[in-house]
Design a protein around this ligand. Structure first.
Ligand SMILES: O=C1C[C@@](O)(C(=O)O)C[C@@H](O)[C@@H]1O
Length: 496
């Protein structure tokens, strides 16, 4: 079950939103009395309530907004119990001052906003002693291991327990609550009304992650990176899983660099079957592979990892996707060893994607030049791959047939910039922009205007995601859905 937290300064808004949520199917709503601006009129909020509630009045030290006296707060919580609300949230340290009465269930809570306590088990045991129906711990995740410990706590608890790791690192504890036996989890009313760090909104929980249908059989995948909050991979992969009716979910795993080792150690405990590997882990990820496809080893980085038995299999689907797009656009012969001999390519950028593409093109016999805004990086890439490095300012000089932008220039919100001048383009050039948000970057617009053939970042994104889908599920990806989903999500005009 999902409990939607409602915090509003005015009674009227709180009542209206509560009604709306229940109409939309919300099963439980938390009324955060500490958000109410004036004197709280509890009767007004609960007498005609449209559905079950948790009544909470959070102190400031626990992340709430309550400014009035503790005496008044206690009175409110007692009144809520006397009025027979379904649940009341009582902080563990004051629980003994608020006696049980009637049918109201007691959620005994503990909050910590800087870290996750070391000994969660002892803490939960002490909280259970406070005549708890539900024990709830919400603490800040600072490492991925905090999530693992929190989920273990909930899974092994004898008492119904809610364990939430707050912050972006902790998001998965919110999504996997039901799977480990949590009586409910918390979500926010809408994306702009987060009541706690890392809270997902109700729509994301129900539509994107299909929270209620997650069970012990659900196969888990995800993206491991830092940051991951704005990544489109969960949207695209979960939509594909849904379309194919797969009991699988794709989650955001925010893992800082120094925590990757712990993450890799935990994947089997968490029953994760595969991940998309994003920055900053693409190169380090390769070291955790027991086997990697030869292209991934050659490139020196992976973007996909599949956990199979004891093996960690590494792949680079960015490379595969980019090569497919180029082969198709240039109509390269398939059965030739060096189909790109004589093709002059300029790659802008020296990051993971530039490296993957440069490696692929060199293997196909292309003549590759690289330019990036940091000459040291350009030189390292060029010497590793065996291509030419030039200064960024010289990028318009080489005579080229194929231009590839693997820098983020032109990416939202940097819409008015192009990494390459229109004046240097001719109609014989093929222009490939790896930026997919927006699809029509300024570079792509210039290229269109000059009559160039183009490959967009969406073309590449869809293909790399489709390869991942196949590796993860063994099924062919619903290409049209992948394309529509990413186009829709990145379009300046929302289609629905
Ligand atoms: O204790 C909790 C959990 C919470 O802090 C969260 O992290 O979702 C949100 C609060 O409103 C609720 O009372």
């Amino acid at each position: 079950m999902i409990c939607v937290s409602l915090g509003r300064a005015r009674h009227k808004r709180m009542i209206a939103e509560h009604k709306y949520l229940v109409e939309q199917g919300a099963e439980l709503v938390e009324l955060r009395l500490d958000f109410i601006g004036r004197a709280v009129n509890l009767k007004r909020l609960i007498d005609d309530r449209p559905g079950p509630v948790v009544v909470t009045c959070r102190r400031r030290e626990d992340g709430g907004r309550w400014m009035k006296s503790e005496k008044e707060r206690m009175m409110l919580l007692r009144s809520a119990i006397a009025a027979g609300v379904e649940y009341v949230d009582i902080e563990a340290d004051v629980a003994s001052q608020i006696p049980r009465y009637g049918k109201t269930k007691r959620v005994i809570s503990y909050h910590e906003f800087t870290q996750t306590p070391d000994d969660l088990e002892s803490l939960a045991a002490a909280m259970a002693e406070e005549d708890a129906d539900i024990v709830k711990i919400a603490s800040m995740a600072t490492t991925f291991s905090d999530n693992v410990r929190m989920l273990e706590l909930v899974k092994n608890a004898k008492q119904p327990t809610i364990g939430i790791c707050m912050g972006e690192i902790g998001m998965i504890t919110r999504i996997l609550g039901e799977r480990v036996g949590s009586p409910f989890t918390y979500a926010t009313y809408s994306a702009d009304k987060k009541l706690a760090p890392g809270q997902l909104n109700w729509k994301e929980m129900t539509e994107l992650y299909r929270y209620k249908q997650i069970n012990s059989e659900t196969e888990l995948f995800g993206i491991v990176g830092d940051p991951v909050a704005d990544n489109y991979a969960p949207l695209v992969h979960n939509t594909a899983f849904y379309e194919q009716d797969l009991n699988a979910r794709f989650l955001p795993f925010r893992v800082p660099s120094n925590d990757l080792h712990k993450f890799m150690q935990s994947v089997r405990d968490l029953k994760i079957s595969g991940v998309s590997v994003a920055a900053p882990h693409s190169q380090a990820g390769l070291e955790y592979c027991t086997q990697a496809e030869s292209s991934a080893s050659g490139i020196g980085s992976i973007n996909t990892m599949v956990y199979q038995g004891k093996d960690n299999l590494g792949y680079n689907t960015d490379y595969r996707a980019a090569m497919d797009c180029i082969s198709e656009k240039l109509k390269l012969k398939k059965d030739v060893e060096k189909p790109m001999q004589g093709v002059n390519v300029l790659i802008l950028g020296a990051g993971d994607v530039a490296r993957a593409i440069a490696w692929g093109l060199r293997h196909r016999g292309a003549d590759v030049t690289v330019a990036s805004r940091t000459m040291d990086n350009t030189r390292v890439l060029a010497s590793e791959i065996g291509c030419r490095a030039i200064e960024w300012d010289q990028r318009h000089e080489p005579k080229i047939n194929l231009l590839i932008n693997a820098t983020p220039i032109g990416m939202h919100p940097d819409l008015d910039r192009s990494p390459y001048d229109a004046s240097a383009m001719t109609q014989f050039l093929v222009v490939f922009d790896c930026v997919f948000n927006p699809e029509s970057t300024l570079l792509i617009k210039y290229a269109r205007k000059h009559g160039c053939r183009i490959i967009t970042g969406v073309d590449m994104f869809v293909r790399q995601a489709a390869y991942q889908h196949k590796l993860f599920t063994g099924q062919d990806a619903p290409m049209a859905t992948l394309r529509k989903t990413i186009k829709n999500a990145t379009s300046p005009v929302r289609l629905n």
